[in-house]
Design a protein around this ligand. Structure first.
Ligand SMILES: [Ca+2]
Ligand SMILES: [Ca+2]
Length: 208
């Protein structure tokens, strides 16, 4: 197909759209659940709000999980994030060829942050933001950045104290992680994290 043909098609499409707009001004644009979720923080699923029944295999992995190492890694990520916020925005704008991930990242980075912690709101935590080591999967500590609620009373980044993390929050984050780690490789893939983000109910059918 030639450039000229493309142009003609594009013009035709623009005219068709314009005509459509004239006759149909009141018609709302069809809802996009993903965009709505990103736009509305209230809609973001909170994994702390329910209990998780783990399969036998998932419970085994949960039992073998090193909670202390997880908490150290998670605290490190929180410190890292708060110290790199400014730099990140500047880096992104310099990119010429942006992928969809880059665009989502730039969009999310420009949104207002949580006032007390200077972290992003949970709905604005993109995959790239959470995947700290860029291996395209989430460890428990990476997942916990999203899963654990931002504590409005958290210590400021410059204080010496560790960020507040209760045992209940750590346990619930781990429970939900192993619940959504469907293939049992102790990482969340993008697909598995999407299930978590939607709060999907994966409980086995009764009697199955
Ligand atoms: Ca990762
Ligand atoms: Ca997995």
């Amino acid at each position: 197909m030639t450039f000229k043909t493309n142009l003609a098609l594009a013009s035709g499409l623009a005219l068709a759209l314009a005509a459509c707009g004239d006759s149909n001004d009141a018609e709302p644009i069809e809802a996009n659940p993903e965009a709505d979720m990103a736009a509305n923080q209230q809609a973001e699923y909170d994994p702390m709000t329910r209990d998780y029944t783990l399969s036998e295999d998932a419970q085994t992995r949960r039992d073998e999980f090193d909670g202390d190492a997880f908490q150290n890694e998670y605290s490190g990520f929180r410190d890292e994030i708060t110290s790199e916020q400014v730099r990140m925005g500047a880096d992104m704008e310099a990119e010429a060829d942006m992928t969809d991930d880059d665009r989502a990242e730039m969009e999310a980075a420009s949104q207002p942050r949580d006032a007390a912690t200077n972290m992003r709101t949970r709905a604005n935590m993109t995959w790239g933001y959470l995947d700290r080591n860029d291996d395209d999967q989430l460890s428990v500590a990476e997942y916990a950045i999203w899963a654990i609620p931002l504590d409005p009373n958290a210590t400021a980044p410059n204080d010496q104290g560790q960020p507040e993390l209760t045992a209940d929050q750590a346990n619930k984050a781990a429970d939900s992680f192993f619940y959504y780690d469907i293939d049992g490789d102790t990482y969340l893939s993008r697909r598995e994290f999407t299930s978590a983000r939607r709060g999907e109910d994966l409980d086995p059918q009764a009697g199955a």
